[in-house]
Design a protein around this ligand. Structure first.
Ligand code: TEU
Ligand code: CA
Length: 530
């Protein structure tokens, strides 16, 4: 019972639309499929869903190259399907958050097509073009590999910080801002509860497009001063102030920014009270399995966001990073760690983002090279594996097609899924895990139910302590109630002194005795106070 706005402690489930559920049997996840699976999300106990881009797209970067911001890609349905989804979700108490991509459009977008056709067109000034010359205008690199500048057929240069099919918009042209404001209103008028803002640290570039001081080499936690000319320009904050004021016209709306900067204090500035409501904290997503790394990540985030009065938005997985089971070592060890990490994240105050399939403990899938779609793989000539392995369709049941494609709809055999599902993935199927009291899915569902029941979980204040391999987060609610999350990140069993009750354990191998519990390697518990 709290009067806080919903998003401050929400659990938001990230739906990779193309891989979630295929309603019409063409092998591609869609809005109808998602709509049919809403009861699952309600049963699981999440508060909201964020849907990866659903817009018409050139198809060069998993939908992050948008050709029409106020429509639905025919692969996924139409605007009426989205409205029906929002209505059904609302009836189940679930909110729908859309992805919006303001840093760049598709090269198929009518603006870019007009700009290609006529260098003097008004659309040309909405992008970054430079006159034909031998060398590109500066030393900027594309995040997907190679120079950030490509040539038009008539020899001009244009800027793309991602793939060449994703030309960067020029936010110094007021027509760009005006158009995005219409886009926001278009979807808000259709009942969505907000937006996840792609590359929110981008948009504006150095006004003189000067060389970056350093080469592009992503540091551990994101971009830093070496890329100072490309990212995090002060002007961008005016955009978020304007977007906030638009969202404030619609009750209970939120903006969450993707801000991939190394310095979390800079990231938190995007969540000042008059800007976006949240910006992701990617620390847990990028930390190796070590007490120091996790403790530092949690403390740094709590401090940085606390300083601006915003909740931390915790992330353990998304569509850009290897699945956590694999990141944490794979197999049984990786799974045990992912279970413990889930209890840590879901205890911490703030909002938590759960990437579809992480609640099933999916590992990074091995996708054959010839099936890979990710431009990172193709542009690097195969040197970088790409992100396909975390984007494989969801296994719903243990039939041959793992229940991804709706059997009922056409009566015909469903098409092959757009990315191949590993042969043994029926073992991760929702249908199996629902029946298994020890499954990852059961753990998530129990954790989410407890998080609803205990105000100390997901809101209030947290303090972080480490002792050897043991990380303890002590969470105190406004009513004074306390829950501790104790994580043993070491390789051996450890004894935790407590008289409290175990609310939930990540493993059945926790042993209780009077005054203490034995916590096995790579496990976590939620404890009431002594
Ligand atoms: O990602 C943008 C982005 O900058 C991250 O990939 C970032 O480089 C990384 O997390 C740093 O550690 C977003 C989307 O999430 C991604 O899927 C798109 O490909 C990209 O924007 C372009 O739209
Ligand atoms: Ca489909």
């Amino acid at each position: 019972a709290t009067t806080d706005p919903w998003w401050r402690s929400a659990v938001v489930y990230q739906v990779y639309l193309r891989s979630f559920a295929d309603g019409n049997g063409d092998g591609i996840g869609d809005l109808a499929g998602l709509r049919a699976r809403l009861p699952y999300l309600s049963w699981l106990g999440v508060d909201a869903l964020w849907i990866n881009p659903h817009y018409p797209s050139g198809g060069a970067d998993g939908g992050y190259d948008i050709s029409d911001y106020r429509a639905v890609d025919p692969d996924y349905g139409d605007v009426a399907d989205l409205e029906a989804l929002v209505a059904d979700a609302r009836a189940l108490g679930l909110r729908v958050v859309l992805d919006v991509v303001p840093n760049h459009t598709s090269d198929q977008h009518p603006w870019f097509q007009a700009a290609l056709a006529d260098p003097e067109s008004p659309e040309a000034s909405r992008y970054h073009f430079a006159p034909a010359s031998e060398q590109p205008p500066n030393n900027w690199q594309s995040l997907f590999g190679g120079p950030a500048w490509s040539r038009t057929p008539d020899g001009r240069w244009y800027l793309h910080l991602f793939a060449p099919e994703q030309p960067d918009l020029n936010w110094r042209d007021p027509a760009v801002a005006a158009d995005f404001e219409q886009t926001l209103r278009f979807w808000l008028d259709r009942g969505v509860s907000g937006f996840r803002v792609d590359v929110a640290y981008g948009l504006f570039k150095d006004a003189g497009l000067r060389d970056n001081p350093g080469a592009y080499s992503p540091t551990l936690f994101g971009h830093g001063p070496e890329q100072a000319m490309t990212w995090n320009q002060p002007e961008v904050h005016d955009v978020w102030r304007r977007w906030r004021s638009i969202c404030d016209e619609y009750p209970e709306t939120m903006l969450v920014g993707e801000v991939c900067l190394a310095d979390l204090e800079q990231v938190a500035l995007y969540s000042r009270p008059d800007e976006m409501h949240q910006s992701f904290s990617f620390r847990l997503l990028k930390s190796p399995w070590s007490t120091e790394a996790f403790a530092d990540g949690v403390r740094t985030a709590l401090d940085a966001f606390g300083a601006v009065g915003a909740p931390v938005s915790w992330v353990l997985g998304n569509h850009d990073k290897d699945r956590q089971v694999t990141r944490f070592g794979g197999g049984e060890v990786g799974t045990a760690r992912a279970r413990a990490a889930a209890l840590l994240m879901l205890a911490l105050p703030g909002s938590a983002y759960v990437y579809a399939g992480d609640e099933l403990g999916l590992p990074q899938a091995v996708v054959p090279d010839e099936a890979k779609q990710d431009p990172i793989f193709h542009r690097s000539g195969g040197a970088r594996a790409g992100r396909d392995g975390c984007r494989v369709p969801m296994p719903w049941n243990d039939t041959a097609g793992v229940g991804f494609s709706g059997e009922a709809l056409s009566g015909e055999r469903a098409a092959e899924p757009w990315l191949p599902v590993p042969a043994d993935w029926d073992r991760f199927a929702v249908s199996r895990q629902t029946r298994d009291g020890g499954s990852m899915l059961t753990l998530y569902r129990r954790a989410l139910a407890l998080r609803d029941a205990h105000p100390a979980l997901g809101s209030g204040e947290a303090t972080v302590d480490t002792r050897g391999d043991v990380l303890t987060v002590r969470c105190t609610a406004a009513d004074g109630s306390v829950v501790r999350c104790v994580v043993n990140m070491g390789a051996g069993t450890t004894l935790v002194r407590t008289r409290g009750t175990v609310l939930l354990a990540s493993t059945t191998r926790v042993r209780r005795s009077a005054g203490s519990i034995a916590l096995p390697a790579d496990s976590a518990v939620w404890l009431t106070e002594d």
